[in-house]
Design a protein around this ligand. Structure first.
Ligand code: LLP
Length: 419
């Protein structure tokens, strides 16, 4: 459920008509709903009600906006970060260092040190050399790094190949078959407090079966590690729960996910850690855009909007579906392509889609754009960096200002040795 709804024929975010934001801020612009964000945070936590010891770390890669993070920090969420930059954002948003988990397939030594200096709660080690480096740095600082070893359970998450992470051929974690030996060697190091394992098999999962299969494999690994004398107190189950992009999508609910997790892990006797991203933020945001032109096409017309692949990259990258809805629909529909102004055929949001009939000057939104939207934006084609608005009831604020192409150009220079 979300708080984007029609009132008097106009799409609103909570109590704010999107026409007002378009007028006052301009388009394209991301619009987030605080009430939706809070609701999703609560629904996810409620889904885990049967899990006695847990830690929820929002995967901030999907929406690292400081305003969004502050809302989630107030909900008691920690942060899953994948870079030094994300770590600083989480801290700046008021998330306690001990509630921060540092994932990421290629951490720099300087970032490992930064995490230790900041006193973050957990490092998710991706492979043995990284663990050795972490232990060395921690030891040199007189510390023991709290860590878990990420394993690759070799299951097919059944999602898009570009966002699947738990197959043996993917770059993430260590093979579950070799995990016990690596765990044994890393656990012995001074400077290391290796306390468990982590996994994350992919994103936008629309079935619980691959997750359950992966968790079953981890259960066997935990038993093996304990049999070898290791103290296993923490298991990080990652994120990945899918969201409905299409009105007919029906992914598993947080309650169904939580019930499965509670059943599979009931004898594990550990603190379970979660790294949800999309399921918290996806449906809390829309990308508001203006229709520039409607141009005849070979079969169906092209609706050329002022948002482009640089603002919302998912359709171009993953052929992802984002529902397109007019802000003031007339009730009429037509079949059309929806494209942006960028000079690539890949800058296509939809092909031959049955959509609200729109004309030049009309406003529309791409829905479910709160996760992996603004954060993946670029300034390709020297376009402005898209701004972000957070709505709360009848007020709204810019939580990220538009950065103009001029500001970006001002950071560049022509070498004085070129005349
Ligand atoms: N934990 C780890 C270690 C991850 O790599 C990810 C996502 C998450 C948690 C959060 O997963 P979520 O709950 O959001 O599914 N840009 C792509 C998605 C990339 C996901 C990367 N990792 C997209 O737009 O679909």
């Amino acid at each position: 459920m979300d708080h984007f709804h029609f009132r008097d024929g106009v799409l609103h975010a909570e109590d704010i008509p999107l026409t007002r934001i378009a007028e006052e801020v301009g388009t394209p612009v991301y619009v987030y709903s605080r009430q939706t964000l809070e609701r999703h945070a609560q629904v996810f936590r409620d889904g885990l009600k049967d899990i006695p010891n847990k830690h929820i770390a929002f995967a901030i890669k999907c929406n690292p906006n400081l305003g969004v993070l502050r809302v989630l920090a107030r909900q008691g969420y920690g942060a899953d970060v994948v870079s030094g930059g994300e770590m600083e954002r989480a801290l700046a948003a008021g998330i306690a260092a001990e509630d921060i988990v540092f994932s990421g397939v290629g951490k720099k030594r300087s970032e490992l040190r930064q995490g230790l200096e900041r006193g973050i709660g957990q490092f998710n080690i991706e492979h043995e050399p990284e663990g050795i480096a972490l232990a060395e740095i921690a030891h040199s600082m007189g510390l023991r790094a709290p860590a878990v070893l990420r394993v690759n359970p070799d299951v097919d998450a059944g999602t898009h190949a570009k966002i699947s992470t738990g197959k043996a051929e993917n770059k993430f974690g260590v093979g579950i078959d070799v995990a016990p030996e690596i765990f044994g060697r890393l656990a012995k190091l001074d400077g290391m407090n290796l306390r468990g394992v982590a996994l994350h098999i992919g994103s936008q999962l629309t079935s619980l079966a691959p997750l359950e299969a992966a968790f079953e494999r981890v259960a066997i690994l935990i038993a093996d590690l304990r049999a070898a004398g290791h103290d296993i107190t923490h298991v990080d189950l990652g994120g990945g729960l899918g969201v409905p992009y299409h009105p007919d999508d029906n992914p598993p609910s947080p309650a169904e996910y939580g019930a499965m997790v509670a059943r599979v892990t009931k004898d594990w006797n550990v603190t379970l850690m979660f790294e949800p991203g999309r399921v918290i933020a996806g449906n809390t945001g829309v990308l508001l855009t203006e229709v520039l032109w409607v141009k005849p096409g070979a079969k169906n017309p092209f609706v050329i909007v002022d948002a482009a692949m640089n603002d919302l990259a998912r359709p171009a990258l993953y052929d992802a579906f984002h529902d397109f809805v007019a802000v003031k629909p007339t009730g009429e529909k037509f079949d059309a392509w929806i494209v942006g102004p960028v000079c690539e055929t890949g800058d296509t949001f939809a092909k031959d889609r049955h959509i609200d009939k729109v004309e030049s000057g009309d406003l529309a939104v791409f829905r479910t754009a709160g996760a992996y939207g603004a954060t993946m934006a670029s300034t390709y084609n020297s376009r402005d960096l898209v701004p972000e608005i957070l709505v709360d009831g009848d007020k709204y604020v810019s939580v990220a200002d538009r950065i103009s192409a001029g500001t970006i150009m001002a950071a560049e220079r022509v070498p004085d040795w070129i005349d």
